[in-house]
Write a protein that binds this ligand. Structure first.
Ligand code: MIC
Ligand code: SF4
Length: 640
């Protein structure tokens, strides 16, 4: 049978298991990336493995999240990361060089390679034909140590792009349309491959906007073929030697197919507070806007920012709007400056921020109370902007720029002629902010500031678990809800004892005190528990507070794997009615745990208060069951 592109890359990198949907496989990882907010943990874990040098073909450490440096913590972390990179053979992208995904696409991504990143938007590099997967820091640490990356073989969803995009309709609208169709959980357990005549129309950065935001429907990753457009991009980046033509074999098939008629698409927008709450811009037009933000790893390429600059040229941002722009990388920043786009943005009154994640992760620019913020970003989960009841809308840079000019939600097609920006034949290449690792680690010393606290480890799984249901949650709880980011909490990412005080702080400020008093307990969740970010802190911090099991209707992929890695049992209600029958403060008990986990046998939870029992299941592989018995992946790795 002719193979699709995903099957070809999986086959080439398979080191364990069989390529049968639902089975666990081990993949060889060619490249890794980390960012500072997840990287410190990943490298503490790597250090604990006692391996002298990374064993990947390429590993890069980026600094882009924790940039405000409101205290000493983040600067200390950055120094730690730089010293670790030099010691272990890792490239170090200095603060100011840009957002990890944008820079990786520009300078390191490779068609046909596997990339594992400690950030959920790692699939951005799928835009150039890498199989790029987001994971927890510990999985990335294992990959750096030369270990395989384990995942359940997903189904392959083929997305056929037909026809041509109309003026003012963009790559962002393609991915918003898919989110509308699939919802935030519709891609869980799937790999997405784009094909069809419409693919050739999209440049690599536009493809990257699409693969980036595939994270929002929970897909393991998304990928485009490596074709002439990929060649053109790599050539313009001075990296032509990386290019090879790659794609599906003629006649290849997919487990499922979605067809998108590009001609019929119109500008779309995701309403608060979920990226799948998508409607045509027309439907919400006229709504007053107080803030517009253009940037993030989704939409901050040279082309995106030059288009916004052309829209704003000679105009001024509406008096009631605060507009901010974050260029995706230093390359983009320097190029919009040389091309005059930066002056247009400044003249229009846009506030220019450094090349980093910035407001996307709540590092500044918290919107005013009760106001609408339109952002070219990828996530609008409750509270992510920094305001609990925020009203963040997600749209293309074009729609965002139209809103900035008019002061209300505006269909960009009302602006008249679409400004066509040419693609650069040559990008401005200057890698001096990327420090290659020295040939030898001799003399390299790791610099550890006082914010970097030793990594807590879980204990081996006990025979019996008992405790209270500390919290009962609804569907689609994101890791932003479990452990928020923002300028107050993000600097504590290297300090689990301190950051643990913020678990569920936005939804239930009493949670931590209750968990500490009870010495731990259970979390009960709905569907798609743990969607969004890859931050393993959303597992580590609850583990630190004594949580040893989460019982939910279903889990998001990365968080599910993170729970196992840190010794927390992810259990699934066999019958959804039992979810209704469990309440906060109910005392639960699971006995015969080690035996059941060892044998893979059935598990029953006793609700002591209400006097009934209910069955729970799990889809853990044999390897994951051994990891849990050992009390997490690090304990398991050390035992071996
Ligand atoms: C995000 O977009 O939520 C982040 C911040 O980039 C996270 C990583 C993190 O929490 O550090 C992600 O997407 O994985
Ligand atoms: Fe950074 Fe936002 Fe992208 Fe996460 S989604 S990597 S916070 S820009």
């Amino acid at each position: 049978m002719p193979k699709n592109f995903v099957q070809k890359i999986l086959e080439e990198h398979l080191v364990e298991g069989k390529l049968v949907p639902g089975e666990e496989i081990g993949l060889r990882i060619d490249q890794t990336l980390t960012q500072d907010a997840t990287g410190t943990m990943a490298y503490l874990q790597f250090e604990a493995m006692g391996i002298p040098r990374v064993r990947t073909k390429l590993s890069v450490s980026y600094v882009d999240h924790n940039m405000l440096q409101t205290g000493f913590e983040s600067a200390d972390d950055h120094r730690y990361l730089q010293s670790v990179a030099a010691k272990y053979g890792i490239f170090f992208s200095r603060p100011g060089n840009g957002i990890c995904h944008q820079v990786h696409l520009e300078r390191f991504g490779q068609p046909g390679a596997t990339l594992l990143g400690s950030d959920s938007h790692t699939p951005t590099s799928g835009g150039m034909g890498s199989l790029a997967i987001g994971a927890g820091g510990l999985d990335v640490a294992v990959a750096m140590a030369g270990g395989a990356f384990y995942m359940t073989v997903p189904k392959v969803l083929g997305v056929e792009l037909r026809g041509r995009l109309q003026p003012w309709v963009t790559a962002k609208d393609i991915i918003l349309e898919l989110l509308r169709r699939l919802t935030v959980k519709g891609g869980v357990g799937k790999l997405v491959e784009y094909f069809g005549e419409g693919v050739g129309q999209l440049s690599v950065p536009e493809r990257a906007t699409i693969t980036n935001m595939g994270a929002e429907f929970g897909a393991t990753t998304s990928i485009f073929p490596s074709d002439d457009r990929t060649h053109e991009f790599l050539l313009a980046q001075g990296r032509e030697e990386c290019w090879k033509p790659l794609g599906p074999e003629p006649g290849a098939t997919y487990d499922e197919v979605q067809v998108i008629d590009l001609d019929k698409l119109e500008p779309l927008i995701a309403q608060p507070q979920s990226p799948d709450n998508v409607v045509p811009v027309q439907k919400v037009k006229g709504l007053k806007v107080a803030q517009v933000a253009v940037g993030s790893c989704t939409n901050s390429s040279f082309h995106d920012l030059m288009t916004v600059a052309a829209i704003l040229r000679g105009c001024i941002v509406h008096p009631d709007v605060s507009m901010v722009v974050t260029p995706g990388s230093r390359q983009v920043f320097a190029m919009i400056s040389r091309a005059g786009g930066l002056s247009d943005l400044i003249a229009a009154g846009a506030r220019i921020l450094e090349s980093a994640c910035g407001p996307c992760i709540g590092m500044g620019q918290v919107p005013a109370t009760g106001t609408v913020s339109v952002r070219s970003f990828n996530r609008n989960f409750p509270g992510r902007s920094g305001a609990v009841n925020d009203k963040v809308y997600l749209a293309s840079p074009e729609t965002a720029a139209a809103c900035a000019l008019k002061g209300e939600i505006t269909d960009p097609r009302e602006l008249g002629e679409y400004p066509v920006i040419g693609w650069p034949v040559k990008f401005l290449v200057d890698d001096r902010l990327i420090l290659p690792p020295p040939a030898s680690a001799a003399g390299a010393e790791i610099q550890r500031g006082p914010n970097i606290k030793p990594l807590p480890l879980a204990k081996p799984l006990p025979e019996k678990l008992q405790g209270k249901t500390l919290i009962k949650l609804g569907d689609n709880i994101s890791t932003d809800a479990i452990l928020p980011a923002g300028s107050k909490i993000l600097p504590l990412r290297s300090n689990i004892p301190l950051i643990s005080d913020f678990v569920f702080s936005q939804i239930d400020p009493s949670f931590v005190e209750r968990a500490k008093k009870a010495g731990g307990g259970f979390i009960v969740g709905g569907n798609n528990y743990g969607q969004g970010s890859s931050r393993e802190h959303a597992a580590l911090a609850p583990m630190y507070l004594g949580i040893r099991a989460v019982i939910a209707k279903s889990f998001a992929r990365i968080h599910w794997a993170n729970l196992v890695n840190f010794g927390i049992l992810p259990l699934v209600f066999e019958n959804e009615v039992d979810y209704v029958r469990v309440n906060q403060d109910d005392k639960l008990e699971i006995s015969g745990l080690r035996k059941a986990i060892t044998s893979g046998g059935p598990l029953t939870v006793k609700n002591v208060n209400r006097g009934f029992e209910f069955p729970v299941k799990h889809s853990l592989s044999g390897r994951q069951r051994r990891v849990l018995l050992a009390g997490g992946l690090l304990n398991f790795f050390r035992q071996r």
